[in-house]
Design a protein around this ligand. Structure first.
Ligand SMILES: Cc1ncc(COP(=O)(O)O)c(C=O)c1O
Length: 379
């Protein structure tokens, strides 16, 4: 492998994500929107939040949006609204961010893990029949990295078993599956506006979207102390309201989202074109009929840890999402899973690497990243 002294020192760094570049482009619009909220002195449950709910629901192609404090809260409240309680079981993929599982645990329910398809990193529909239990109360499907899960067989299975399907759409806002937007496919969908997401706030924020007026109403109540009317609570709830400053910022960014999405898709196409010349690297797959929004551009490579280090020595950012599958997290040690139980999830956790990806990424930066990957593989 190339030694540190051979690394060219003149190349500028390529970060894995560059939010400062985005702020440089839209900072003026953001400051105007924040000023508007400050002038209104309405900070919680006001017109910005209501407008954002309608705009996000429309983007997803559903009737209702309910703004909440984070993507994790969106999952907890959607599961609760679907009737998940202590002692229930909920199917979740083993390869995802821990929040997908911990939202289930937060309700006292137990996650039942399912393995993924190795080529898409999303839940394998064939796993549903294998993993279903009599206590199962819901299915959570994750659209990882910005690519929809294969929803048709999942929805057919869920319908036959009368199980609600909740989409964890934290990473895939704007993506679609066979002409339908993610967020409109299940009974409810959960969005994260964490700052690094394709549509990111300047703090924590989230939303549940749904076509069901009953579910939406229930979540509106749950996010605000279980109050169906002011100062009258029917059940225990949460304080999980979306604040107005975040909503105003997200509304500005939403105006740019489709351009940003196109930029991500064009960067992904360029990466995949260049990487197709390099044996030993598996670029991400976007099956026919799926629109991938490349929240991450994630490759697969056996020598992942060594490549991660090699890139970092050349000031090229990359990241591992995620190094530990859920069934091997200490959090779930009591469930008694062992290495080998979900082999595709385990292998993905060892081999995935997300390369720099953000709308402002430049062609020469992509070329530099791919050159470094090629150089690594020649060593
Ligand atoms: C797949 C997935 N689910 C859930 C979440 C939780 O969202 P948040 O960080 O907004 O609570 C995230 C975000 O990090 C995520 O990537």
């Amino acid at each position: 492998m190339t030694s540190q002294s051979q690394i060219p020192s003149f190349s500028p760094p390529v970060p894995q994500l560059d939010l400062a570049a985005q702020y440089a482009a839209i900072g003026g619009e953001i400051r105007t929107a924040v000023e508007r909220v400050l002038a209104s002195q309405q900070f919680v449950l006001g017109r910005e939040g209501a407008a954002l709910e309608a705009e996000i629901a429309s983007l997803c192609g559903v009737a209702h949006g309910v703004g909440v404090a984070s993507g994790t809260d969106a999952l907890i409240l959607a599961l609760r609204a679907c009737g998940v309680r202590t002692g229930d079981e909920v199917l979740v993929p083993a390869f995802t961010f821990v929040a997908t599982g911990s939202a289930v645990s937060a309700l006292g329910a137990k996650p039942v893990f399912a393995d993924i398809r190795p080529e898409t990193y999303n839940i394998d529909p064939a796993e549903l029949e294998r993993r279903v239990t009599p206590r199962m109360r819901a299915i959570v499907v994750v659209h990882l990295y910005g690519l929809s899960a294969d929803m048709d067989p999942i929805l057919a299975f869920a319908k036959a078993r009368k199980l609600p399907v909740i989409e964890d759409n934290a990473q895939a806002i704007g993506a679609s599956y066979k002409g339908r937007r993610t967020g409109s496919l299940g009974d409810a969908a959960c969005i994260s506006f964490y700052p690094t997401k394709n549509l990111g706030a300047y703090g924590d924020a989230g939303m549940v979207v749904s076509n069901s007026p009953e579910l939406a109403e229930r979540i509106r109540t749950l996010r605000n102390h279980g109050q169906a009317t002011k100062y009258l609570s029917n059940e225990p709830g949460w304080n999980s309201r979306l604040d107005e400053i975040q909503a105003a910022i997200l509304r500005v960014k939403l105006r740019h989202l489709s351009n940003w999405q196109r930029a991500r898709q064009s960067h992904a196409a360029e990466y995949s074109r260049l990487l197709s010349q390099i044996p030993g690297v598996m670029p991400p797959l976007a099956p026919e009929g799926y629109e991938h929004v490349y929240h991450q551009y994630t490759i697969r490579i056996e020598q992942r840890d060594a490549l991660h280090k090699f890139l970092s020595e050349r000031k090229i950012g990359s990241a591992v999402y995620y190094p530990h599958p859920l069934h091997l997290q200490p959090l779930y040690a009591s469930l008694g899973h062992k290495p080998g139980n979900f082999p595709h999830s385990e292998r993905a956790a060892q081999e995935v690497l997300s390369l720099p990806m953000y709308p402002e990424l430049r062609q020469e930066q992509i070329a530099r990243v791919v050159e470094a990957v090629a150089e690594f593989l020649k060593c």
